[in-house]
Write a protein that binds this ligand. Structure first.
Ligand code: AMX
Length: 444
């Protein structure tokens, strides 16, 4: 067994070698082309343009996500679990994302303890959340609450005091860890305030792991829901750098905006229906489908799902939970949730509907012929699990995604500061430039 040392010591010690490695690559291969950008990439959201460095995870179109080289099934085997043979703990994943090394159980526990020790919220944050209008979307509340915590930013204070740029990573570490430590409380306050009249769930309990404590604070006491949270917070954490929430964290952070500002902006991106809000949209779509056919006295069958899917497409809407900008196969994050359902709740009514949708929708999308990836993504499944354990408030689901996403994007933000990642500033062009260049080869 490896000797126990803190996450901070381990990750800080890695910085010089990583800086050297990246500098050498940048110097040695400075003029080597990684590919040419086509007009359709320029006009089409930069798909597959390799102009971003992101070390914590890498997405393969066929295989899906690997976190520091490990697939989800591999993580389920090798990350420390709270229960024997149970789901991985996100604290262990955080160690892995930060250091690139699988943690021992002791090291994962040290992360749990470190997060607990940093969890005290500035008092104005709880007050502010309790004064938000009940109708304010939980993601708006999350982004606003994260912004309010910015009063505690150690990076912003250090910058104002003239810290040397080689030390930026030190206070970035502090902010990233503080923020991750506080998110469960913030998210639980939003949940209790929005749906339970402000009546608190359980008190903060530092004898529990990150996920179980979060579940209790939201008011959930079933050990199996804790396992859902551990799985959920692990698999939603990171999906390489180009997705909207990760890219936003990087972009805003590149201006040396502190981690609170960067992550709050990222949550605004995650709140979009083509990104994280899709988990809310999926459940809405499934329930609407269920309702529509119940009213007509029909049951949910392959044929009725097909009819409803076509109705959605003909109305010029997307089928939420299906398609992906990079993936071209069923998302392994979908499969991990499906396997959890098969193991723990195979007869759940909604699970059966979602499974039938999986048998029907890919063919409908293929028949329509537009979608590059007709297969389900992570969001097609998460609502079923949450609903099964009693969390029926769909418009809260993306907040859980956000708590998880922090683990990935803030790990990378720490490394951005450690490696001196520069201000992001890609070149844009206008129509006149495009016409001139495409018609006569001249850049204007
Ligand atoms: N239903 C209907 N049409 C879809 C579709 C879907 N699920 N997925 C893609 N399409 C359409 C696109 O809207 C686009 O139509 P257009 O030519 O009229 O503009 C066409 O198919 C080609 O799109 P694409 O290249 O396959 O996808 P993309 O990279 O442009 O977009 C994504 C990817 C995820 C936004 C898209 O698949 C989508 O809208 N899916 C539904 C929303 C969703 O599930 N989002 C969550 C994604 C995962 C996440 O970030 N959490």
């Amino acid at each position: 067994m490896r000797a126990a040392s803190s996450l901070k010591d381990t990750v800080f010690a890695q910085i010089p070698a990583k800086q050297k490695e990246l500098k050498e690559i940048g110097t040695k291969y400075a003029d080597k082309k990684l590919g040419d950008v086509t007009v359709s990439q320029t006009l089409g959201g930069g798909r597959d343009v390799k102009c971003m460095f992101w070390d914590t995870s890498l997405l393969d179109a066929q295989e899906g996500i690997r976190f520091r080289g490990y697939s989800i099934p591999e993580l389920q085997k090798s990350l420390p679990a709270a229960q024997a043979g149970g789901e991985p703990m996100p604290e262990g994943l955080l160690w892995l994302l930060m250091t690139g090394e699988l943690p021992t159980k002791e090291q994962a526990k040290s992360v749990t303890d470190e997060l607990h020790s940093r969890s005290k919220l500035p008092s104005h944050v709880a007050q502010a959340i309790s004064s938000f209008p009940k109708g304010m979307h939980p993601m708006t509340q999350l982004s606003a609450a994260v912004l309010m915590m910015q009063t505690d930013s150690k990076f912003a204070k250090a910058y104002q005091s003239g810290v040397n740029k080689t030390k930026y990573y030190e206070t970035t570490y502090e902010d990233c860890m503080d923020l991750m430590a506080r998110l469960p409380q913030v998210a639980a306050l939003i949940y209790r305030n929005t749906y339970h009249g402000g009546k608190p769930g359980a008190q903060y309990n530092s004898s529990l792991d990150y996920s179980a404590n979060f579940a209790r604070m939201m008011g959930y006491n079933q050990p199996q829901f804790d396992e859902v949270m551990r799985l959920y917070l692990t698999i939603h954490s990171d999906h390489e750098g180009g997705n909207v929430s990760a890219h936003t964290t990087r972009l805003v952070g590149s201006a040396l905006s502190d981690p609170y500002l960067s992550f709050s902006a990222a949550m605004c991106g995650l709140a979009g229906p083509l990104h994280g809000l899709a988990n809310q949209e999926v459940l809405g779509w499934v329930l609407e489908l269920n309702e529509e056919f119940k009213k007509q006295g029909k049951s949910v069958t392959h044929e009725t799902i097909r009819e409803f899917a076509w109705k959605t497409l003909k109305a010029g809407q997307v089928i939420p939970g299906y398609g992906h900008a990079v993936l071209r196969k069923t998302d392994p994050r979908y499969m991990a949730q499906r396997e959890f359902c098969l193991k723990h709740m195979p007869n759940d009514h909604l699970f059966k509907i979602v499974s039938t949708i999986y048998e029907v929708v890919p063919d409908v999308l293929k028949e329509q012929g537009k979608t590059k990836n007709p297969w389900p993504n992570v969001d097609a499944h998460s609502g079923v699990l949450l609903t099964h354990y009693g969390m029926t408030e769909h418009n809260y689901y993306t907040v859980l995604f956000g708590v998880s996403r922090a683990i990935g994007v803030l790990s990378q933000l720490f490394w951005d500061r450690a490696l001196g990642h520069p201000l992001e500033r890609p070149k844009s062009v206008n129509v006149a430039w495009l016409k001139s260049y495409l018609e006569s080869g001249k850049e204007i």
